[in-house]
Design a protein around this ligand. Structure first.
Ligand SMILES: Nc1nc2c(ncn2[C@@H]2O[C@H](COP(=O)(O)OP(=O)(O)OP(=O)(O)O)[C@@H](O)[C@H]2O)c(=O)[nH]1
Length: 365
């Protein structure tokens, strides 16, 4: 039998597929409804035993609604279930608090429970909806409290009590709204930062191309699509020739400029659906969906010529940069890893043939 811990109990209805904010709200609803139905249950029975029947039944009804609200959220694990349970909880709480204010509750202590609403409305509805709920409710209790001759009240409060109650209630509302707004801003900032970090982790800072980790994710999707559609997919490994010599002659910073220019040329020569990535060091991996090895070879030749014919200016000197290319088409006999290894072998062959060359894996077989 599955063990139910306090953690799993309050996280009922949460799901890894839901965003963090939705899961947080589900947790808060579970917590609030649990506290709500246990307290109203205890107070309800206490009121019944004390002979205050109407109060007792009202509290027990509220307890039942709080309980139902939590069950609805768990039973219907969807947006509708979540919205219904939040509306039920907030509506029931507002109704109960209005009742306690009008009747005074036990020993005229009913108004004390008003202070629960502002944080709950903000937690459940967020800043904007919470503020609307609070504006409506504040207007309602103002009308009840200051109705001529207390005609809407079944109990008596002094004028100074009513004024102070309203002022302190507005203060708690303001503080809760401020807290919720800061929390939402912080959450948005964290989300933005985390998206930024994620983007940085998947991209190479020098060339802005996807790095090895980034391309691995994209490759995964492309490979799945390839196996589904059986449309050819070709890999090209590109390696800048004698790059160590460029670094040694012109320095590391100029070497970086050469890598950036090479990345630019590769990017400019491919279609939108093609992916160019920095595979590591002076090596780039191009992934060409819907492209056969022959078509990839034509593209590689275009890029090779562009690189060969476009001089790079380093410290007022014109230098020629070339690259070698290893190509391999993925098919039902060649897995991704094997394709990468064959492209690497083809690239090695291109280097052996004197560099600035293109070699296709199937030509080596
Ligand atoms: N400037 C710069 N150099 C890098 C970077 N990453 C790797 N390198 C250098 O790239 C050089 C690669 O040298 P090798 O692997 O010997 O290859 P190569 O000189 O291009 O020779 P072939 O590939 O055989 O034509 C090494 O000196 C690395 O230090 C980088 O981000 N910036």
């Amino acid at each position: 039998m599955r063990q139910i811990t306090a953690n799993s109990f309050f996280k009922r209805g949460c799901h890894p597929d839901f965003d963090e904010e939705t899961n947080r709200r589900i947790l808060v609803v579970n917590l609030f409804s649990f506290v709500g139905y246990t307290i109203t249950l205890v107070l309800g029975f206490y009121a019944l035993f004390s002979g205050t029947w109407t109060l007792g039944f009202s509290l027990l009804t509220a307890s039942l609604i709080f309980f139902l609200a939590s069950q609805i959220q768990v039973a219907y694990r969807n947006k509708v279930g979540q919205v219904v349970s939040v509306y039920l909880l907030t509506g029931c709480l507002m109704g109960l608090e209005t009742y306690l204010l009008v009747t005074g509750g036990h020993d005229n202590t009913g108004p004390l429970w008003l202070y629960i609403l502002p944080p709950v409305a903000m937690f459940f509805g967020g800043f904007k909806r919470g503020l609307i709920v609070m504006a409506v409710f504040t207007l309602l209790i103002t009308i009840i409290l200051f109705s001529p001759h207390g005609s809407l009240l079944l109990t008596h409060y002094s004028d100074s009590f009513k004024t102070r109650l309203l002022l302190s209630f507005c203060t708690v509302t303001f503080l809760s709204a401020f807290y919720e707004s800061s929390r939402q801003n912080t959450y948005e900032m964290m989300r933005m930062l985390s998206a930024q970090f994620e983007q940085q982790a998947l991209h190479d800072t020098l060339t802005s191309l996807p790095n090895r980790r980034g391309i691995s994710q994209l490759l995964d999707q492309e490979i799945k699509r390839h196996y589904r559609t059986q449309i050819p997919l070709t890999l090209i490994l590109v390696d800048v020739d004698k790059f160590k010599q460029i670094n040694d002659t012109y320095g590391h910073n100029n070497g970086d400029i050469v890598l950036q220019r090479t990345a630019q040329h590769l990017r400019q020569n491919v279609r939108r659906q093609d992916i160019v990535s920095r595979w590591g060091g002076e090596e780039f991996l191009m992934v060409l969906p819907e492209t056969s090895e022959q078509s990839a070879a034509i593209l590689a030749e275009k890029v090779r010529k562009t690189l060969e014919n476009t001089a790079v200016w380093l410290e007022e000197r014109e230098i020629k940069v070339t690259a070698s290319f290893g190509i391999c088409e993925i098919n039902s006999d060649i897995s991704l890893n094997r394709g990468l290894s064959l492209a690497d072998k083809a690239l090695y062959k291109a280097k052996q043939l004197g560099r600035n060359k293109i070699v296709c894996a199937h030509d080596m077989a």
